[in-house]
Design a protein around this ligand. Sequence first.
Ligand SMILES: Cc1ncc(COP(=O)(O)O)c(C=O)c1O
Length: 476
Amino acid sequence: MEKPDWRSALEPAVNAALEFLEGLPERAVRPVLDPDAMLASIDASIAENGMPAADVVKALARDADPGLNAMPSGRFFGWVIGGGLPAAVAADWLTSAWDQNTGMAIGTPAAAAFEQVALRDILELLELPASCSSALVTGAQMANTTCLAAARNRVLAAVGHDVETEGLIGAPAVNLVVSAERHDTVLRALRLLGLGAGTALAVETDARGAMRPDALAGVLAKLSGPTIVCAQIGNVNSGAIDPMNAVCDAVDALRSRAPDGAVWLHADGAFGLWARASTRLRDLAAGAERADSWATDAHKWLNTPYDCGIAIVKDSAAHRRSMAVRAAYLPDPNAFAARSPMDWTPEFSRRARGFAVYAALRQLGRRGVRELIERCCDHAQAFAAQLGALPGARLLCPVELNQVLVRFADPAGKGDAARDDAHTREVVRRVLAEGTCFMSDTTWHGFAAMRISVSNWSTDESDVARSVASIARAHR
Ligand SMILES: Cc1ncc(COP(=O)(O)O)c(C=O)c1O
């Protein structure tokens, strides 16, 4: 057996990572190869004999490069994608090197403790009750799933049904109520939990894409029995935040005539929940603390590397009942006061995500978190002002947070909506082809739109100016 030679494997990785990260300011913000060309370029079968680790790493860095997107670039505005903060990226490397299976605190006191402290800090920054339980999961998809598993447990327990042992077959029906513009991961969470996405009642939204509380009250007025309501703190297109106090009032009215615990309000705040970390923006999400559970992400606005989502639950007993697992070969997780992560997550073996979250929080400090969120929103406002001033460009929604929706009229289209749709998508295509910046397109209330999400810690004014100039060229 060869002696492990870590240095010769890790040094080329450091070099390749630095080359990528330090090259971001000049690198085209798009992959060179499309997915099929990328696959074809590496699709050779495994050789009989292995290679030295250093050669593997060098070849991997070389061969992956044409298919990498400059997602951590300050000019990447597609979907909702943060870049990794330097301390968080470095901590993530250590996480791989340390390779701690972070299911049990007893197995890895360090990973469990850093995770627990990072989660405590997040509750404080987001102004959520310190008594909430929480979990680091793969992303908001699994955070929604984890929270809704706790919800399913509690609302069914309220009517005498133990879903963890008895399952859903023969269980009392659960009313599901979601915003008409809920993120699709909420529906997938309902599917994964056996609740069925198709049974959810959709509540009308307003022109900004936020749930209308009067419509919610109307839907809830007709319901009785176990009910789960899903609100949204940050519409993936517009950034609009549901009016949480009014939503909570409507839910409370239902609670007042339902058995104790039979009504649960979940809030999907994958990125928007971070508005609460800013004194300036916090009012947008006022009342969110009245919900029963919240899903958010660290890998979006906190700018940790993928993958890292956060599930937060007010009823920690329901959370634990829905997730905890025991096995004879595992030590008792209750032997210590420190929390054992696997009691709170759907995973058994799991990555030590807490190190990167802790590092991001410590690099930023309270002020840095606040400034990161506010800076991104300021850049979104700058995009709106500069793009809105272009002839033929029209903002489809006021910018509340970090998301911008803009549409471009076809200069020869004479106001024809279909031609403006086609032109808008063509502007996005041209921008991507040029490679100065990356944005995605969407359909917003029936209209094609370019959507811009400012979620990266490193975006600055010059990134916005260069991107606006590129979009203006594409529009002309
Ligand atoms: C509102 C909302 N919920 C959930 C998700 C899913 O998040 P993730 O990709 O981290 O699972 C997103 C992703 O953009 C989102 O915007």
